[in-house]
Write a protein that binds this ligand. Sequence first.
Ligand SMILES: [Zn+2]
Length: 107
Amino acid sequence: MTAAPPGIARDSCPFCGERPRLRWWNYLPSQSGGDIVCNHCGERSCLSVQSGLFGIFVGAICGLGLMFALLKHISPRVAVALGTAVWFVVCGLVVRLTIRLDPPDVR
Ligand SMILES: [Zn+2]
């Protein structure tokens, strides 16, 4: 785990310190990484592994919890669909809250 340089926010570009424009899909963990292109200096950065994994973990707990809670009341197919949707939404929210951008070579 690398510490962010002083004066640079966690969600700012690790190269120039400006905040890159983030799209919603940047908050979903991806295999590729390096998807976030800074619109100030043009360097690529990626979501830190820690916040991505934390998002998946918390999202899984919320999604699976809701799924099992609903299984008794609605059809399993709908419960699984809702649980999966909640998984993605919670994962995106958690990553948004815990976001840190790393240079791609940190991975
Ligand atoms: Zn930059």
